[in-house]
Design a binder for this molecule. Sequence first.
Ligand code: BGC
Length: 733
Amino acid sequence: MARIKYLILAAVLFAAGTASAKDKEVYKDPSAPVEARVEDLLGRMTLYEKVAQLSQYTLGRNDNVNNLGEAVSHIPAEIGSLIYFDGNAVLRNAMQRRAVEESRLGIPVLFGYDVIHGFRTVFQIPLGQAASWNPDLAAKANRAAAQEASAAGIDWTFSPMVDVARDPRWGRVSEGYGEDSYTNAVFGAAAVKAYQGDDLSAEGNIAACLKHYVGYGASEAGRDYVPTEISAQTLWDTYLPSFEAGVRAGAATVMSAFNIISGVPASANHYTMTEVLKEKWGHDGFIVSDWDAIAQLVNQGMAADGKEAACYAFNAGLEMDMNDGLYMKHLQALVEEGKVSMDMVDDAVRRVLRLKFRLGLFEDPYTDERPEEECFLLPESLAAAEQLAQESMVLLKNEDSTLPLSGVSKIALIGPLADNQEDLLGNWSARGRAEDVVSIHDGLVKEMEGIAEVLLARGCGFDGQDTTMFPEAERIAGEADIVIVCLGEKRGWSGENASRSTISLPDIQERLLRAVSRAGKPVVLLLSSGRPLDVSRMDRYADAILEIWQPGVCAGKAVAGILSGRYNPSGKLAITFPYSTGQIPIYYNHRNRARRGTQGLYQDIQSTPMYEFGYGLSYTTFEYGPLTVSSDSVAPDGSITAEITVTNTGNVDGKETVHWFICDPYSRLTRPVKELRSFGKQLIKAGESVTFRFEIDPLRDLGFVDGDGNRFVEPGEYRIMVKDRTAVINVTD
Ligand code: BGC
């Protein structure tokens, strides 16, 4: 309503065209409403100036190896946005001065950057964050990331990634929140709010960008940049909900993806970008293309050349062109030729300007140039990094209570990740530095000071065939009371353009594990990876297995805390660990098959996963009471509460996550065997009980969307499920 009012007001002012109305530079008046400022500024802009606002180049050293290219040496002062690759505000301010002082209208530049899981304080990777089931804690990390990035001159992060991903061969599974739409929605929305705060212009707040819109995670065979085949039903069921949640949380921007969605590239997709995002969800921010995604419409076989690509993308609703310069090159001509309307250009520019006003860039275009130690690696950020790291680690196996360590005086710490810093940062580690990372060795030595001696041997590299370090590893295994083997992935093995044909570790690592296990000592296997791994062959050589993901700067402290028992592990998987690569895709919320029992199973391997979604052990035991519901029937517009009481029956305090699943067993559109609709994590002291609640809104929690995005709830039977407990309720007509 307010927007319409200001549009009318602006139209009246400009129709009058009086010198005084034009001379009053409303856009420079901080007390004027944002929409009035936008209209005033828009009315003053030439077509060239408008097109420049829709263009993004780079500034500084590009550190994304997938995007190497010419650094832009001569940046127009009118440019809309830049990806900022520097670690402090100095270069940014110099460029901003050029925009503000040398361009005709003085429109400040918007500086973006990939702040994915921290800026200088690097946190656990998002896939690990999801395993914490603690979105408030993840939000603390995002908040710290925003503050550090903002201090370095960044106004806008290309995060969160809320692509549901069910193929662990795809390297980018590490960047999102796992295989489930609801989990991605909850963590994505929390990240948006943490980055942006309540007021984008307040200090330390930066704009968020939901990416990659949409369905990128469905990349065929886990390969990057390839097409996807997504039915309308699956688009709405699986891939759109996390974006919708992010938009509802106020995400300022969205990034279009590289994939083709059933024939139409995501970056030229009118349905997803205009009809769904803008018209149905009312998003008033803008879409930025992914890197060169517009130019890639040519590679994808849609556009014959760059000009046609720009035309397709722009008319589909993509406002800002990242890097390839095609809008800069062709948009003016496309308008002059009548292929792109001036109204659409104005609408696009309006969206970009709106964000700049909301960020307060016109009032405060520069960033204070403060010393690093005032901005980065602050104690509260490091505390959040350690807590998030430990809460996200998942204890997969713990035979005979091998962990926590007790009664040991000599520990053999072995493996390529035992004394490693760099790879524990994970991919997209922004301005993180390997030297900031506490290695597992350093963490353990400190933790066990005065209790146990830590012997160290690398044993082998990440891959290759070199076994010359095996004997030393075997020797210390023989000397120690317990053997801890740290295996896993290098940081570059996951992330963008890092697909793998198998989720097994290279043979050399499995051989090392077998070799050191021959010493006959209890073996703890620590796995660090950006994806689920095939542990089926390693399993029998390990008494305990802890998945630590890529935990960031406090890696060693968090790992050591779990090993010693200072922390009780509470992570649970947000993505299925397949038994082997051949099971992919395998995820918890699949639909039922036609034949039951033994039919439809693999002949050569088990058909169930190695570790399922939601799985994770603790040092204590939790007993679940009965699952009760406040009523066994509910009207579609009514409400109902489900409850379950969980008791900590062990000797140590522990945090437990309760996952609330629902199932609609019979429906005219078949539904998955179960779907996560809520979760809660709480500390339960030893011997005490806590009641978890799920407030059910039938339409929201039991209903679903059809392939056109219409949400409804059918009358009939529904199941509410927690672990092996089920309550049946009826939705009435
Ligand atoms: C990635 C995006 C990233 C962009 C800018 C692209 O190659 O797909 O996720 O935000 O580069 O660095």
